[in-house]
Write a protein that binds this ligand. Structure first.
Ligand code: F6R
Length: 242
C-alpha cells in the first residue's frame, strides 16, 4: 500500500519524514534503518541530530545499511557516500561505528563486494528504508531497465544521473564516477517499511511514474506499488502532476 503525504515545503517534508523515523527508533528495541545519501534526506538527518541533542533519542542499538556507494572513490574522499553519511548523520548521533554499513566502492573486485554486502543483509530485515528518487525514476542506483529481482550489484550510472550529480563534483560531469555498488530492487523490496522523500519540479515526472505509471522496469520506482507499506512524502512541486 502506498500512502502519499504532500507537505508545503522542504522543512515540512523533513518533519514528516523525521516523525516516521523517530517512531521506528523509539518503538523497536533493535531498529534497522536503510539509509540514502543525496539532497533529499539531508533535512531529515538534521532533525535526527537536533532531536538526539535536545531529547537524547539514542541510536546506540540502531544498525544501518546504506543503499549505495560510488565505485572508484576511496572512503576518505570528500564526495564518497561513506563521508557523506558520517558528515551528515553518523557524527551527530551516538550510533556505534560497527553498527554502520556502507558498501565499499574502493575495490579492485566490486562483484565480490556486492556479494559480501548482500550476504551481510541475509539474516537482517530492514525495518525502515529511506529512499530518494532520481529524475529518471531510479531508486538506489537502480536505473531504468534494472530487473525487479536484482540483488546488490554493480550499476552503470545513467547519463542523466551523472548530469544531476555533477553539482556535487564542481559541475563537471567527467568527475562523476560511472559506476556504483547498489542494493538491488529485490534487496530494497525486502524492507518492512519504505519511506520515499522527493521534492522539486524536476522529480514530478518520476513521482508520477512511481505512483500512477504502469509497474515497469522503465520506471524502477514503480516497483514500490507492489510493496505493502510505503509512505511517500512530497512537496507541492514534486506532487504537481498527481
Ligand atoms: C542515494 C541514492 C539515490 C538518490 C537519488 C535522489 O543514496 O540512492 O537514488 O536518492 O538520486 O538524489 P537527490 O536526493 O540528491 O535528489
Amino acid at each position: 500500500m502506498l500512502k502519499v503525504i504532500v507537505a508545503d515545503n522542504y522543512e515540512e517534508v523533513s518533519r514528516e519524514a523525521f516523525r516516521i523515523v523517530k517512531e521506528t527508533v523509539k518503538i523497536l528495541p533493535e531498529p534497522v534503518l536503510g539509509l540514502a545519501t543525496g539532497s533529499s534526506p539531508i533535512g531529515l538527518y538534521k532533525k535526527m541530530i537536533a532531536d538526539h541533542n535536545a531529547e537524547g533519542t539514542s541510536y546506540d542499538k540502531v544498525r544501518t545499511w546504506n543503499l549505495d556507494e560510488y565505485i572508484g572513490l576511496p572512503r576518505s574522499h570528500d564526495l564518497s557516500y561513506w563521508t557523506f553519511m558520517h558528515e551528515n548523520l553518523f557524527e551527530g548521533i551516538d550510533i556505534p561505528e560497527e553498527n554502520v554499513h556502507v558498501p565499499c566502492g574502493d575495490t579492485e573486485d566490486p562483484e565480490t563486494e556486492c556479494a559480501k554486502y548482500e550476504e551481510s543483509l541475509k539474516d537482517v530485515t530492514i525495518d525502515l528504508q529511506v529512499l530518494g528518487i532520481g529524475a529518471d525514476g531510479h531508486i538506489g542506483f537502480n536505473e531504468p531497465g534494472t530487473p525487479f529481482d536484482s540483488l546488490t550489484h554493480v550499476a552503470e550510472l545513467a547519463e542523466q544521473t551523472r548530469r544531476d550529480n555533477a553539482r556535487f563534483f564542481e559541475n563537471d560531469i567527467d568527475q562523476v564516477p560511472k559506476q556504483a555498488v547498489t542494493m538491488g530492487l529485490g534487496t530494497i523490496m525486502r524492507a518492512r517499511k519504505i519511506l520515499v522523500i522527493a521534492t522539486g519540479t524536476n522529480k514530478a515526472d518520476a513521482v508520477y511514474g512511481m505512483l500512477r505509471g504502469p509497474v515497469s522496469e522503465d520506471c524502477p520506482a514503480s516497483i514500490l506499488q507492489n510493496h505493502e507499506d510505503v509512505t511517500v512524502i512530497l512537496d507541492k512541486a514534486a506532487a504537481y502532476r498527481l
